[in-house]
Design a protein around this ligand. Structure first.
Ligand code: PLP
Length: 436
């Protein structure tokens, strides 16, 4: 007997089929309920309340394993900012990934997770003295320097042979939203390759006796679609390695691998990336007569995005020139639509039937607090309905705020029919604790 047959039917079975590629592995429909990691969404909403960010553990682990399988010789570094949570960091440690942190706060979570310091890399376009001190105190394996000031500060703080990488702006356009395009000139990240600042940074690091240059880094952006963008970055970075005049053993090409958010969007071609970028690296290094550096990649979104589903309760439906479906969350748990115009699919749990296009909006005091526009929902959608929004595993918990003093939702991990919070729901006591 299948799990779907074991679960009680929740009524009408005309719920539309699941959009392929958007939902966590193993998600299924039982009647019109949605079963995530073996746990019905209706049960999750009843037990943990809404909004609720559900995270399918096995999907996270499966994506991590895919990266390791596709790139067996590379170091796969999970971008901890995409889903900062000690339990998720533990899964990554168990799957053999390294971890990147970009602040003392993320490092504190990594420590709480017991993540081995020898596999932690610290990033950040601006690191405060506290960030640098925490990284040194904890003995993180590498620090990626991002400014001349930082090289000086780190050089003064570090004691002996702290391994560093240099963040380079390779001038590669990754054809993504301007707010997440980080490899082009004229933005705040890294040392420009074109201007010579990157080569100058190599000399500056060499001039700091307490630092040891082990690698070069670049991150060309997020939601990168084309393998060719990484190949171009690899070519340019090998060119820089060849002009460094010192051995550079590691080349970190960053993260940014695209995740599909809407029906019909494809996933990033990871195996194509592995094959083509490896080929490019070997060819360019042979051409320029430099040893092939060890490759590092830093996926965040591609590992956790599709493992996440957010459940919301409909609070009100407002009919006008459009139908607005207002839910109990919004930009405080998902600011991505207002930050980068991100778009989402939405499904009503518990009922199917003829649909009409609606706009799903949040509860916050901003006209831009729109979660999804022009999405089909059952025409009789009403207050009390449960909505599920897929692809909410990355940069949702991470970017959540307390706007309007709304408490942030929990992250509930599901696996094999068991649900457990890995981030608890925030309470009003949590909010009040900060006010003297
Ligand atoms: N590496 C660096 C340096 C980043 O800044 C980021 C994201 O901002 C990532 C990796 C992860 O990017 P993504 O989650 O798109 O894979």
């Amino acid at each position: 007997m299948t799990l779907a047959e074991l679960l009680p039917s929740t009524g009408c079975s005309t719920a539309p089929a699941l959009e392929p590629g958007l939902w966590p592995d193993g998600t299924l429909l039982a009647g019109s309920d949605l079963v995530l990691g073996g746990v019905p969404a209706t049960r999750l909403a009843a037990q943990f309340g809404t909004p609720c960010q559900v995270l399918d553990e096995l999907s996270v682990r499966a994506r991590a394993r895919e990266f390791r399988a596709a790139l067996p010789d590379a170091e796969v570094v999970f971008a901890g900012k995409s889903l900062p949570c000690p339990e998720v960091y533990r899964w990554m440690a168990q799957e053999g990934l390294s971890l990147d942190v970009s602040s003392a706060g993320e490092l504190a979570l990594a420590r709480a997770a017991g993540f081995p310091a020898s596999r932690i890399v610290m990033h950040g376009n601006v690191k405060t003295a506290e960030d640098l001190k925490a990284a040194l105190q904890h003995g993180v394996s590498r620090i990626v320097v991002d400014s001349v000031d930082e090289i000086g500060q780190l050089g003064a703080l570090a004691r002996h042979g702290q391994e560093v990488m240099i963040r380079v702006t390779p001038g590669v356009d990754a054809h993504t939203h301007a707010a997440i395009a980080t490899g082009v000139e004229d933005q705040k990240f890294g040392f420009s390759l074109a201007s010579g600042a990157a080569l100058d940074a190599v000399l500056r690091v060499a001039g700091q006796p307490s630092l040891r240059l082990v690698g070069l880094h670049c991150h060309i952006g997020s939601q990168v679609r084309h393998v060719a963008s990484y190949e171009e970055a690899a070519r340019r970075m090998v060119g820089l390695i060849a002009s460094c005049g010192v051995p550079v053993g590691q080349l970190d090409l960053g993260g940014g691998f695209r995740a599909p958010y809407l029906p019909g969007e494809s996933s990033f071609d990871l195996f194509g990336f592995a094959h083509r970028v490896r080929g490019t690296l070997h060819r360019e290094c042979a051409l320029r007569r430099v040893p092939v550096p060890r490759l590092l990649v830093e996926p965040g979104r591609a590992i956790v995005a599709n493992a996440g589903v957010t459940l919301y309760r409909v609070c009100a439906v407002k009919e006008g020139t459009r139908t607005f479906v207002a839910v109990d969350g919004g930009m405080s748990d998902n600011p991505r639509p207002s930050l980068y115009g991100a778009r989402y699919a939405v499904r009503l749990v518990g009922r199917g039937g003829p649909t009409k296009p609606v706009t799903v909006v949040g509860r916050h005091c901003e006209a831009g607090d729109v979660l999804a526009e022009n999405v089909p929902l059952p025409a009789d959608v009403h207050a009390g309905d449960l909505l599920a929004v897929p692809v909410t595993g990355a940069y949702h918990h991470a970017l959540a705020s307390n706007y309007n003093q709304v408490c942030r939702p929990p992250v509930v991990a599901v696996r094999d029919g068991v649900a457990r919070p890995v981030v608890r729901r925030e309470t009003e006591e949590d909010l009040l604790r900060r006010y003297p």
